[in-house]
Ligand binder design. Structure first.
Ligand code: ATP
Ligand code: MG
Length: 306
């Protein structure tokens, strides 16, 4: 597969004092892709995107973005990027429209304000003060601001964190429409469902290192042929790894035990028999389809939660 590279990262290392935030990672993002960076808190996602944006200077490695090397002083490149930082601060007294105009004035060329309002579905709110927007509206405004300069590449750091499912879906539609316009999107997220829905490919980071890279479907197929059975027990102790069909057992932070079974019917029968004999206190049992969440749980040992 030949793809035109919009971002290429090679051997990126970034340290803060004694902390190695990013520890030698390499990947490319192709034109027109929605590419997701996933990983637990502190994995190095924001550090990586800030190096790509030219806001931080790498300690080692090489980054190319749209054929240029990003740096704090590469303004020509910045004019071609759309950046949404993790936790955007606004001037709360300005209206939505005034905020867009303020940002538009920073660029020699900008997308028409009505078009931006339309894209972000903020037309009705254009005269509302930014401080009075809902969380979802504020995030859509942040993405609209990232679009002001008609960028080829958008870099969105946790665009949907803290939003309710409906607001999140509205942002997904916005992000998908950007892909429809042929733009490239690099985003970070804590939501596996979001990554599965939006991303052509994802990179899972943990402690600054790559633990997985590929399309959600490919990663799921690569790691799982089994069915996940979620079990909650009243007592902690029982070892369920020997049950028929069970190939792997993962326990998440909340205490849910996930049994990955190649023979789910037999596994459930065995669980039920144990429970009948009083050998385990079965509080809950659920079957579900395999998702990117399972890959993430397997590779990082953590389940992502807000
Ligand atoms: N300015 C800084 N000074 C010192 N250490 C930092 C700084 N920024 C980040 N770090 C450290 O670098 C590591 C990576 O942080 P980073 O913000 O890149 O993680 P992240 O994956 O974006 O996390 P989150 O999901 O919480 O946003 C963490 O250990 C963090 O404490
Ligand atoms: Mg971050």
């Amino acid at each position: 597969m030949e793809m035109e590279k919009v971002v290429s990262v090679e051997g990126l290392v970034k340290r803060y004092g004694d902390t190695t935030a990013v520890d030698g990672i390499s990947f490319v993002v192709g034109r027109g892709e929605i590419f997701g960076l996933l990983g637990p808190n502190g994995a190095g996602k924001t550090t990586t995107v800030e190096c790509i944006e030219g806001l931080r200077v790498p300690d080692a490695g090489r980054i190319e973005v749209l054929g240029e090397v990003p740096s704090p002083t590469n303004y020509a490149l910045k004019a071609r990027l759309g950046i949404q930082l993790q936790g955007t601060a606004f001037l709360s007294r300005l209206t939505v429209e005034e905020t867009l105009r303020l940002f538009a004035a920073l660029y020699p060329r900008h997308r028409p304000i009505p078009e931006l309002l339309g894209l972000a579905a903020l037309g009705e709110k254009r005269r509302a003060q930014v401080g009075k927007l809902s969380g979802g509206q504020r995030q859509r405004l942040a993405v609209a601001l990232a679009l002001v300069n008609d960028p080829e590449l958008l870099v969105l750091d946790e665009p949907t964190t803290g939003l309710d499912p409906q607001a999140r879906r509205a942002l997904w539609d916005l992000i998908l429409s950007l892909k429809g316009e042929g733009r490239t999107v690099l985003l970070t997220t804590h939501y596996m469902e979001e990554a599965e829905e939006l991303c052509d490919r994802v990179l899972i980071l943990d402690h600054g290192r790559i633990v997985a890279l590929g399309s959600p479907e490919a990663l799921i197929a690569e790691h799982f042929r089994e069915t996940p059975i979620e079990v909650v027990l009243g007592d902690a102790g029982a070892d369920l790894s020997g049950l028929p069909g069970v190939e792997r057992v993962v326990r998440d932070k909340e205490g849910t035990i996930v049994l990955y079974s190649a023979a789910p019917v037999e596994t459930i029968q065995a669980l039920s028999a144990l429970s009948h004999r009083g050998e385990i206190g079965l509080r809950d049992l659920r079957l579900r389809r395999v998702s990117l969440e399972d890959v993430y749980l397997l590779l990082t040992g953590r389940r992502i939660r807000e």
